[in-house]
Design a protein around this ligand. Structure first.
Ligand code: PAF
Length: 168
C-alpha cells in the first residue's frame, strides 16, 4: 500500500503534482463526491492501468445541486473513503472546502446549449452546468494525463467528453 496524501488546497496539490510530473509520472484522476463504493473502486483500478499515480478528489459540489436537492444531506463518509483510497493504492486525495473552490460570487457561468436538457438533465435544471464547472476547475488544478468516469451516468460522460473536445 502507498502512503496516501490528503491535501486541502489547490496550491498544495499543484505543488505535489508538479513534483510527480517532474519525475516523469503519469497522473490518473478519478473525481468523486465521496461516499465511495465498488463503482468508484473499479474507476480507480482502471486509472491505475493508464497512470503511475492515481489522484482522487472528494468534493460534494454545491453548484450541481438544485435548490430542492439534497446537498446538505448528501452522504459524507470521509474517513471510510480514505480507507478505501488506501486500499486502492491511491497516492493523493484532494478534498477541498467549498471556499477553496469557489469565489463568493461567480461572474462567469458555464451553460450547456445541448445534451443536458433530456434524461436526468430534464428534471435537474442547471445540474450539468455545475458538473462542467467543477470538472473543468478540477482538470485545471490537477491537469491529469487521464481521467476516468463511470458510464453508468452516460449523459454526464457524454457531456464531459464534449467539454474536453470544446475546451481542449
Ligand atoms: O459523478 C460525480 O460523482 C460528480 O458529478 C462529479 C463528476 C464528481 C462532479 O462533481
Amino acid at each position: 500500500m502507498r502512503d496516501l496524501k490528503v491535501l486541502r488546497t489547490k496550491h498544495e496539490v499543484q505543488k505535489e503534482l508538479l513534483a510527480l510530473r517532474g519525475e516523469g509520472k503519469r497522473i490518473g484522476f478519478v473525481p468523486t463526491m465521496g461516499a465511495l463504493h465498488q463503482g468508484h473502486f473499479a474507476l480507480m483500478q482502471k486509472a491505475h492501468e493508464f497512470a503511475d499515480e492515481v489522484v482522487v478528489s472528494i468534493f460534494v459540489n454545491p453548484t450541481q445541486f438544485g435548490p430542492n436537492e439534497d446537498f446538505d444531506t448528501y452522504p459524507r463518509t470521509f474517513e471510510d473513503d480514505l480507507d478505501h483510497c488506501r486500499r486502492e493504492n491511491v497516492s493523493l486525495v484532494f478534498a477541498p472546502e467549498v471556499s477553496e473552490m469557489y469565489v463568493k460570487e461567480n461572474y462567469i457561468k458555464f451553460s450547456l446549449r445541448s445534451l443536458g436538457d433530456h434524461l436526468c438533465g430534464a428534471s435537474r435544471q442547471g445540474h450539468f452546468d455545475g458538473v462542467i464547472q467543477i470538472v473543468n476547475k478540477l482538470f485545471n488544478i490537477i491537469r491529469p494525463d487521464v481521467a476516468v468516469f463511470g458510464q453508468k451516468d452516460i449523459q454526464q460522460f457524454r457531456i464531459l467528453d464534449r467539454m474536453v473536445t470544446e475546451f481542449d
